[in-house]
Design a binder for this molecule. Structure first.
Ligand code: ZN
Length: 261
């Protein structure tokens, strides 16, 4: 079955800035979805901030395998209720790919639990992305490194938790470096952060960027059944132990009692 991806776009600068509109007449989210749809194994649709429930109603999220998130100017306009809903789905196993300025989105900060801050400079400088974990599926088809002629510098320190994998490290013309491709798992859901994607450069038209995003969707997709009840803390009775055991010492709780411990 095809992986069901939803590309969420804040869709603000595409409507307010002529340079961005010229590069992405249909919006960055549509450009990314078109690129993903070139891949036979992915069916990508889009959702935007301006839609009811930001296009992320219960039914849509329940049938989403991987959610991609691009936001910049309007992080604060995203409803906390929708953030709760996305977080729940990540815990259950939905993949989440956070792009560029999405490092400050509510959902990314929620999943990381840290400030997610970084240094930055908008000078159109060259970015060289080194695939430092070349056997990682997200790097498939990337021959060591690739370059973007014009990019926004994102630099360290990037205040995120230690990742599961560091897939890419970027070097910028001005000398900074940045861990630009990082993975985590939260609950049953895989998360990938990918640094490039400033809206005034044609980054989502770049073939290598499109390849990485397709690879990332395949990597983040979890085809197993949703892991429901992940927030529960079930108490297992002595009689249910796989090996025979006896109660040793006193117990604060009754055997088999439900509730938080
Ligand atoms: Zn930017």
């Amino acid at each position: 079955m095809s992986i069901r991806a939803v590309v969420w776009g804040e869709n603000v600068h595409e409507n307010t800035n002529d340079d961005v509109r010229a590069l992405y007449p249909q919006g960055m989210h549509e450009c990314i979805a078109d690129a993903l749809n070139k891949n036979a194994g992915i069916t990508a649709t889009t959702a935007t901030l301006q839609q009811p429930e930001h296009g992320l109603d219960e039914q849509t999220l329940a049938s989403t395998d991987v959610l991609l998130w691009w936001g910049h100017a309007a992080h604060g306009d995203v409803s906390d209720e929708i953030v709760d809903r996305v977080q729940q789905r990540v815990w259950e196993g939905m993949g989440l790919i956070v792009l560029h300025s999405g490092h400050f989105s509510k959902i990314f900060k929620r999943m990381m639990g840290t400030p997610c801050s970084l240094t930055w400079r908008e000078a159109g400088e060259k970015e060289r992305l080194w695939a430092i974990n070349r056997s990682h599926p997200i790097c498939a088809g990337i021959d060591g490194f690739f370059e973007l002629p014009n990019s926004e510098m994102y630099g360290e320190p990037f205040t995120v938790p230690e990742p599961m994998d560091t897939v890419f490290i970027s070097w910028f013309e001005g000398g900074e470096v940045f861990r630009s491709g990082l993975t985590w798992q939260r609950g049953a859901g895989k998360i990938f952060y990918f640094g490039p994607g400033h809206e005034t450069y044609p980054i989502y038209h770049d073939e290598n960027i499109q390849r990485v995003l397709s690879n990332a969707v395949h990597w983040a997709a979890n085809t197993a059944a949703a892991w429901t009840g992940i927030e529960d803390a079930p108490n297992r009775a002595l009689a249910d132990a796989l090996e025979p055991i006896e109660q040793k010492g006193k117990s604060l709780h009754q055997d088999g009692e439900e509730g938080f411990k």
